[in-house]
Design a protein around this ligand. Structure first.
Ligand code: GP9
Length: 415
């Protein structure tokens, strides 16, 4: 019908606005890709110290030879970790309620692993927890991964919190990769920094002073642990000869569920406005380390999880035409990043919706003055955000991609 046509054309028009402005297209062709989705790793800890100690010394070090996206939004909804995984691999947005993984795993999505597999890549997931959690077994089969290394594939030689420690997860996953055909895509999901952030005394290495006894303090200890695990991951990648032929991506999956503003204020040493809190809760770090350490620097344009898969294809020089909402991160076009709440940022403004419906119900912040501004400054972005959310919802709920492909004579049928 015409509605399907309209939606398909919308997606196709987004595709054609993706130039090779950064000159990075295909520069890292055939590299391996290791991507680590890090439990509750938030952006405010990066480069931050507590009582004179760096919270993330290893990430801070790695940043010097990586692309660091300093205004990267997680874009997740109620599906939390599973939404982060979904948006990152499908470049669509999560649902207003529930998790796409658990509700719509049978839908057709254009996912990163299946595209990479078409190009001859191996593709595997590593996460040491029950395979059925978040409906992963089913979803990963649909996404065409070769194998999902779940709890039963790991030796429980170092348990922390819910499961195997992140250090042991990295170590054992890299061991598995020794026998995986290159080039490979490996997706690792960490767990040690899961709420409520209880680490055994021996692993609490930071002196958190006045934050002792707060959940934020416990969170910082957990993040510091994960950061140490990243230090070991990098070392092991070097020992294994992977450092010079692998793109390493690290990002946080979602916020830490800690809402006590006073504790953040104590840590950061300043008062936090509603806009500050909103950005703190919605921003996670994204680091991309390229095999030659190239293009390193801080990239402050707004970006989000929907830009990750397109960026990987760009670096690898894969010219697929997936039905994706996001574009790659290396051009100089302006980006608008929609959040599931209806909030968005385009780098100039940040729109914060409220319970009251409609544009007028929310607040439009000017990101230069960081003060509320005329609501009209957010009206175009508001419409665009609503449109993206609706397009994505329709694709997911009505299995639109399957319908696009069925009605497109040039599309090659799935085998
Ligand atoms: C467990 C996990 C945690 O497998 O990835 O998910 P979360 O509770 O953070 O959504």
């Amino acid at each position: 019908g015409t509605e399907i046509e309209r939606i398909r054309e919308w997606f196709e028009a987004r595709r054609s606005t993706q130039p090779n402005a950064g000159g990075l297209f295909g520069k890292y062709k055939d590299s391996n890709v290791i991507m680590v989705q890090t439990e509750a790793l938030m952006n405010f800890v990066i480069g931050q110290s507590v009582n004179g100690q760096e919270i993330t010394p290893n990430i801070n070090q790695l940043m010097k030879e990586s692309l660091y996206f300093s205004n990267f939004y997680h874009q997740t909804g109620q599906g939390r970790t599973s939404d982060a995984d979904f948006v990152t691999h499908s470049s669509l947005l999560p649902l207003p309620t529930g998790s796409v993984f658990t509700r719509y795993a049978d839908r057709d999505f254009d996912t990163l692993p299946e595209i990479l597999k078409d190009q001859g890549y191996s593709a595997n997931v590593f996460h040491s927890y029950d395979a059925s959690f978040w409906n992963r077994t089913t979803m990963y089969r649909e996404m065409k991964y070769d194998h999902f290394y779940s709890k039963k594939d790991f030796v429980m030689n170092d348990v922390l919190g819910w499961s195997l420690s992140d250090k042991a997860l990295f170590d054992q996953s890299l061991d598995y990769m020794k026998n995986i055909k290159q080039p490979f895509y490996s997706f690792l999901i960490t767990l040690s920094s899961h709420h409520p952030y209880h680490l055994p005394e021996a692993e609490r290495k930071l002196d958190i002073g006045g934050l002792e006894g707060t959940m934020l303090g416990d969170y910082l200890q957990s993040v510091h642990y994960v950061d140490a695990a990243f230090g070991e991951l990098v070392e092991q990648m070097k020992e294994q000869g992977l450092w010079d032929n692998t793109i390493l991506l690290i990002y946080g999956d979602h916020d830490n569920s800690i809402k006590e503003k006073e504790d953040y204020e104590q840590l950061l040493g300043r008062e936090l406005s509603p806009l500050d809190m909103e950005q703190i809760m919605n921003q996670v770090p994204l680091l991309i380390h390229l095999p030659d350490g190239g293009s390193a620097g801080v990239y402050s344009e707004p970006s989000g999880m929907m830009n990750v898969a397109p960026s990987i294809l760009h670096l690898l020089g894969i010219a697929a035409d997936p039905y994706w909402i996001g574009g790659h991160l290396f051009g100089d076009e302006e980006r608008l990043i929609p959040l599931r709440s209806g909030a968005f940022s385009d780098g100039k403004v940040f729109y914060l919706p409220s319970e009251a419906a409609g544009l007028q119900g929310g607040t439009c912040y000017d990101l230069t003055s960081r003060q509320p501004t005329d609501i009209q400054a957010c009206s175009q972005g508001y419409e665009e955000t609503q449109e993206m959310l609706q397009m994505s919802d329709q694709v997911i709920m009505y299995d639109m991609l399957r319908q696009f492909k069925a009605s497109d004579p040039s599309a090659t049928p799935e085998p």
